[in-house]
Design a protein around this ligand. Sequence first.
Ligand code: PLP
Length: 457
Amino acid sequence: MISYRSTRGGSRGRTFEDVLLAGLAEDGGLFVPESWPVIDLQTLAGLDYPQTVARVLAPFAEGCFDEAELLEIAREAYAGFAHAAIAPLRQIEHDSWLLELFHGPTLAFKDFALQMLGRMFERVLERRGRSMTIVGATSGDTGSAAIHACAGRRNMRICILHPQGRVSEVQRRQMTTVVEDNVENIAIRGTFDDCQNLLKAMFADRPFREDMRLAAVNSINWARIAAQAAYYFYAGVRLRSEAVFSVPTGNFGDVYAGYIAMKAGLPVRRLVVATNRNDILARFFETGVYATGEVHPTMSPSMDIQVASNFERLLFEMAGHDGVRIEAMMAGFRETGSIEIGGMERSGLAGLFVARRVDEDETARTIRAVMDRHGYLMDPHTAVGFAAGQSLAERGYPLVTLATAHPAKFPQAVRLATGVTAELPDHMKGLFEREERCIVLDNDLSTIMSHIRSWSH
Ligand SMILES: *Cc1c(COP(=O)(O)O)cnc(C)c1O
């Protein structure tokens, strides 16, 4: 059975269930498996998407869920997706494919993991006779996917903070129109960073955390990342070839899921780390220096990030699984805002990860060119991945770009680039007529905490 440890070495021998509920390790590190399973590709041939998820997750979740239970969860989780294949692979050019991950209820790839996570939480809480309060901060996509995954589920409440006026209307409505007793939306008079700081402060307040049984749903949760490894397998098995995957990246979660797939037996030629103008990761893969900069707003806002929270998992691999060293590196990072990794340590992964930054002009040009050439409307995040992938593809290997959002989720950017208005899919047609429920609060910790307290009782 696979057990889990913290990247910082403080906790070891944890079960999948511990890791699922805890999110972050007690020492502030991220959970990683102590060993890797080997998934036999032959056993994946001919499986549909839920079956693939169950088979891929089973070795990681052993002791908590078996494959049959995972299949039950996955069947439910993906039942509401608007495409029969759930994650269709669409050929766009010779040897170039798009893996469409936006057919879920909130039109971005985050539905893939969160629809599973909400149901896994529900089952574990039921078994333990416990309840919990999920709190999260969002700049758009995570919040809506998490709300849709947890609304109406037993033993949990979910409260999402978003910066007032700083998420798109589609993103806001996808959160605020979910009217369920266990869902609370708070718009903060402040920025996304303010929301994140409020969240950190709530988790750091031990009495509040324990009293409210706080839980997190951000992308550092191991179960979330592991669930995403499934679509890499699904694509690889369908193409029957080692492939280059190009992944539009922010928190390094989705592309790290590709690394998990490779560690668990999927032949992967390359993982392209595609960033927008917020290029901390692209700079790292070029220079070995991981240094934060200022966050610039772009047309691919879900990647406007200058500290990639999952990156610690890759550092852990590069540092030879030395938790003490990671602890020291992260402490240094908090002080100076930078980490440097030598060429020797990077060389082990240098052939696998390649990175490229795509600026705003190139993103818009890519959306337009793909529309002109193929009549296909791409969202700006996908366009970043597609542009980076095209320039880092390798002859003889299929290029698979992860299409992470539906173009209708970012209609303005798409319209500016092409003049075409992206239509919302049928299941979302009523979005602009539905009633919204949301409370606006000041960026003040005690106000927020007392609000959450009274809402939850
Ligand atoms: C969250 C998100 C990303 C970035 O994913 P990470 O796992 O943070 O790297 C890319 N595209 C879209 C549409 C997203 O919502």
